[in-house]
Design a binder for this molecule. Structure first.
Ligand code: PHE
Length: 338
């Protein structure tokens, strides 16, 4: 009987080593080790064996199973190696890898992140608010009368329910003052929307960064110094900055800020980057009424606010003369900044 088992083992090992692919190897495994395989059939003969011969018979069975298993494993490895070699045949593994283009940040993201970094270092904390706004937060609370042109349907995207796409990030000033008490020193980067015709300096969706500082005794000089410092930190110490008197309903006095834009091969020109001013006491009055307390009473606090165009900052930073380049997703343009 044990010699029969030895024969089975020999046949199995020979059959396995003759296998030429995974499939014939699997067939050999089933034929020898499977439930209905030859080894199982031989094991079934155990019941006809005399008791004293059973241990030797069992040992022979175990030895055969182990030998067949080992043969299977080494054949599997051998076939795998062959397959691996076949799949790389003809490929020169010493060739340098092909360069995959690495992604990069969009110039707007780079500029926005830098602006935030500088302003945070100056003590401003991040704040935000919704892009779909109420008229109250976008206009009324900002002392903007019903007949102000910015509220016109020709200039602003309205929803049927009366809400609108915020026309500026200044609504975040209001939302912040509703929820905190002075001192307030925040910046709020985000999108703003206007029904502007698209041209080299206007897009209907653009990016702003709002700033608000409210405390006791905040003065115009603080505003001017802060913004000049910021713009020079952004664009270099020699950056030329000018403040032009302007009008905003929610600040008094108000200014627009221009920075000199240098584009290679062109005359330098002033480009408007921000609006700013001292928070109008009417805004504090309206907030105080809304809050029902005196935290922002105009007799107690003063403040300044500014709203910068991030797209404009990017144009100045990189000498981009057409704002549309920022949204066209042309990788030939964008890859310059990555
Ligand atoms: N909200 C103004 C605009 O979008 C900018 C601004 C912000 C002006 C804060 C003054 C103070 O044009």
């Amino acid at each position: 009987m044990t010699t029969d088992i030895q024969t089975i083992q020999d046949q199995a090992v020979a059959g396995i080593s003759a296998a030429t692919d995974q499939r014939s190897l699997e067939e050999a495994r089933v034929a020898f080790l499977g439930k209905k395989g030859t080894l199982a059939a031989a094991a079934a003969g155990m019941k006809d064996i005399a008791n004293e011969d059973k241990p030797a018979f069992g040992a022979a069975l175990n030895k055969a199973r182990a030998a067949i298993t080992t043969a299977l494993e080494s054949k599997t490895l051998e076939l795998q190696n062959l397959a691996d070699q076949k799949s790389i045949a003809g490929i020169d593994l010493t060739l340098p890898a092909r360069q995959l283009p690495a992604g990069g940040l969009h110039p707007l993201t780079i500029v926005k992140d830098r602006a935030i970094q500088i302003l945070r270092r100056m003590g401003f904390a991040l704040a935000d608010g919704p892009e779909i706004e109420t008229e109250y937060h976008c206009f009324d609370a900002l002392n903007t009368p019903d007949d102000h042109p910015a509220r016109n349907e020709k200039d602003t995207f309205y929803f049927d329910g009366g809400k609108l796409l915020r026309t500026h990030t200044s609504s975040v000033q209001i939302r912040t003052m509703e929820n905190t008490t002075p001192p307030v020193r925040i910046i709020a980067p985000g999108s703003a929307y206007r029904r502007d015709d698209v041209d080299a300096t206007h897009l209907p969706v653009f990016n702003q960064l709002e700033g608000l500082y409210v405390d006791q005794d905040v003065k115009l000089g603080d505003l001017k110094g802060t913004l000049e410092y910021f713009l020079q930190a952004m664009f270099g110490d020699n950056t030329e900055v000018r403040f032009r008197p302007h009008f905003f309903p929610f600040t008094e006095p108000s200014f627009e800020i221009d920075v000199k834009l240098h584009v290679q091969g062109q005359e330098p020109k002033w480009i408007e980057v921000a609006g700013c001013g001292m928070v109008d006491p009417a805004v504090f009055k309206s907030i105080s009424k809304q809050r029902g307390d005196e935290s922002f009473a105009p007799a107690k606090v003063t403040g300044y606010a500014f709203g910068m165009g991030i797209d404009r900052l990017a144009m100045i930073q990189y000498g981009i003369k057409d704002i549309r380049a920022l949204i066209e997703n042309d990788t030939r343009f964008l890859s310059q900044f990555a």
